[in-house]
Design a protein around this ligand. Structure first.
Ligand code: NDP
Length: 282
């Protein structure tokens, strides 16, 4: 029998959810790595977040994921932030080092790791659709990875401009905002188009307002939506000869990075990918 003293706990704090694909991946990966660890999905109301983080400290959890609506609010209860988390102003992964709680953001890193399977971002011209939490994490990480230029296209001008300002200011890359009016025409010199809005979540027929004729052969088209894995945008992009990247890789990779941060062990990404596909029934 495993020594109970060896058991460690990490958790996910968020709003009520029906199921948690990250928990499913983590539990499979713990078992595959021979670690007697647990991953708990905990429903935490915003007003009790401080108590919950104090509980995490008091009970000696190794860390946790923080999801909507806690990604920004959790920062005030932490002792330190990674550079990416500081720039994004959002944390989705916390780990404990001694008595200190350190905030990280693995969403953008997870995306960049999955993108690298298709293309190296350094020096590339990127168009990013969206300026919400996922887009922000991706934009900062792409900036740190050395993209040449990043154009933020967003419906709300305020959020779009704010992200472009962050990129041009603190991240120090050529970032600009373009309002999203009608069907967006992807500029010819674009290397990578990233769909980071919530359009298409749970709806394989949902249309992202992009001029399909501007999706030229060889353009890398990525979508953060993982359910369904094959979005309408990716389907149409593939038909036009684009290189496509679905949102599953980002989700798997943020879990791979979190696992490594907490345990110090490299998990088997294939085990996690298979677990996610099984969970999503794809
Ligand atoms: P947010 O609510 O923070 O941002 C939503 C974004 O989508 C905003 O830019 C918003 O624009 C835009 N948007 C929503 N509806 C429309 C529309 N009809 N037309 C144009 N723009 C629209 O969400 P997140 O950034 O946290 O999440 C976005 C998506 O990313 C979610 O579907 C989530 O599932 C997915 N995701 C995937 C991950 C993965 O690992 N694959 C990880 C994290 C998220 P505006 O500012 O104008 O409102």
């Amino acid at each position: 029998m495993a020594n109970p003293a060896l058991q460690e706990i990490v958790c996910c704090m968020g709003q009520p959810v029906e199921g948690n694909p990250t928990q499913f991946m983590m539990e499979r990966a713990f078992a595959a790595a021979g670690l007697d660890w647990r991953y708990l999905t905990l429903e935490v109301p915003p007003a009790l977040l401080g108590d919950a983080v104090r509980g995490l400290r008091a009970m000696g959890f190794r860390g946790g994921n923080f999801t909507i609506p806690h990604k920004v609010a959790v920062i005030e209860y932490l002792d330190e932030l990674s550079e990416a988390a500081r720039l994004m102003g959002a944390v989705n992964c916390v780990h404990r080092v001694g008595e200190r709680l350190i905030g990280e953001n693995t969403d953008g890193k997870g995306f960049v790791d999955s993108l690298r399977v298709k293309t190296e971002p350094q020096g590339k011209r990127v168009v990013l659709l969206g300026a919400g939490g996922a887009a922000r994490a991706i934009a900062v990480e792409l900036g740190l990875a050395g993209v040449a230029e990043l154009t933020v296209v967003n419906r709300s001008a305020e959020r779009g401009q704010e992200l472009a300002n962050l990129l041009a200011g603190q991240v120090r890359i050529a970032g600009r905002y373009v309002p999203w009016e009608g069907d967006f025409v992807v500029p010819e010199d674009t290397d990578i188009l990233i769909q980071a809005t919530s359009i298409g979540l749970g709806d394989a027929a949902a249309r992202v307002p992009v001029d399909v004729a501007s999706l030229r052969e060889g353009l890398v088209v990525a979508d953060v939506i993982f359910n369904p894995a094959e979005t309408r945008l990716l389907r149409e992009a593939a038909q036009r000869g684009c290189v496509t990247l679905d949102g599953l890789g980002m989700l798997v990779n943020q879990a791979v990075i979190g696992f490594r941060i907490w345990t110090g062990v490299d998990p088997d990404p294939l085990v996690m990918r298979e677990a996610l596909e099984e969970y999503l029934e794809v």
